[in-house]
Write a protein that binds this ligand. Structure first.
Ligand SMILES: NC(=O)c1ccc[n+]([C@@H]2O[C@H](COP(=O)([O-])OP(=O)(O)OC[C@H]3O[C@@H](n4cnc5c(N)ncnc54)[C@H](O)[C@@H]3O)[C@@H](O)[C@H]2O)c1
Length: 269
């Protein structure tokens, strides 16, 4: 590996653009390629000119000259680009962790990494305490609960609208209770945090999820509660959204940049 880590960034939307902003001028982490679908090449080119003028903007990950792939683009992009990169032996960092809720998909990623003799790293993204949860699992976990609380309008276009007028809610209303697997099927656009908590803890079937529409809140609030041999914890996050995509927390970008910096840092935390 050269002293500079050469990166292919998949996706140039809200997360991808913010990652490019934060990595500007970083000598240890060089964005070599930005990978987007053909119809998004022109707008990604404009972003690259501004933030990463030396990067090539392409529709697939170059087969040579890439040390690390970072994905911020969704399920289809993992299929198209991350699986083949892993099979070729290139390590990958994945942000679209919700995609791993699909039946057999986590196993396919793992198998691709085994084939390539490399590793796929899932970022913690919008949620914290993933280190504590994954460490607690070593000693044994009894229960893990995730509660997602959002203003009613944030649940528009989801099954939460069935049989109720979200705009008329005057008190907090539980719109879903069940396993993380069921939550991912019914609320796929909200799957990232529940999937991350599940993968770090008790898995999709044993992680209890509660989704709440609350007219008293303006932010998206995530709570994780876990109990096990280690003791117990409760964590609540009130994340600020990215201006470019209100559905994405700014913390997700910082989490991706942290993962990248930890790859090259002499002291990683
Ligand atoms: N882990 C977390 O906590 C967390 C939090 C927020 C978002 N995410 C995930 O990160 C991903 C990106 O989020 P965003 O807010 O930047 O989205 P966005 O819609 O702003 O940007 C998506 C980008 O991906 C590109 N893209 C789409 N399909 C592609 C493909 N097949 N190949 C290559 N590029 C493709 C688009 O052109 C666009 O540039 C989403 O999948 C989202 O679910 C994860």
């Amino acid at each position: 590996m050269s002293s500079t880590t050469r990166i292919a960034l998949i996706g140039c939307g809200a997360i991808g653009t913010s990652v490019l902003e934060l990595l500007q001028g970083d000598v240890a982490l060089e964005i070599k390629a930005i990978v987007v679908p053909t119809d998004a090449l022109a707008s990604a080119q404009a972003t690259a000119q501004r933030l990463a003028p030396r990067a090539q903007v392409v529709s697939s990950v170059p087969a040579d000259g890439i040390d690390l792939v970072v994905e911020a683009a969704g399920h289809a992009a993992i299929e198209a680009h991350v699986l083949p990169a892993l099979e070729r032996g290139t390590p990958c960092i994945v942000a679209s962790v919700g995609a791993l809720s699909a039946e057999g998909f986590a196993e396919r990623l793992e198998a691709a990494a085994v084939t390539g003799g490399t590793q796929v790293q899932l970022i913690a993204g919008a949620i914290g305490a993933i280190d504590a949860l994954a460490a607690a699992r070593v000693g044994g976990l009894d229960t893990v609960r995730y509660t997602g609380r959002k203003p009613p309008h944030a649940w528009k276009g989801t099954p939460a609208e069935e049989g109720r007028d979200l705009g008329a809610l005057t008190a907090e209303t539980v719109i879903f209770e069940g396993s993380a697997r069921e939550a991912a099927m019914l609320y796929p656009k909200n799957a990232n945090v529940a999937a991350t908590v599940s993968l770090a803890g008790l898995g999709l079937d044993r992680t209890f999820v509660r989704l709440i529409a609350d007219p008293a809140v303006t932010e998206n609030i995530h709570t994780v509660e876990a109990e096990g041999a280690f003791g117990d914890f409760e964590l609540t996050m009130r994340n600020k959204p990215l201006a470019a995509n209100p559905k994405t927390s700014a913390l997700t970008v910082y989490s991706a940049v942290r993962a990248l910096r930890n790859r090259v840092a002499a002291l990683a935390i």
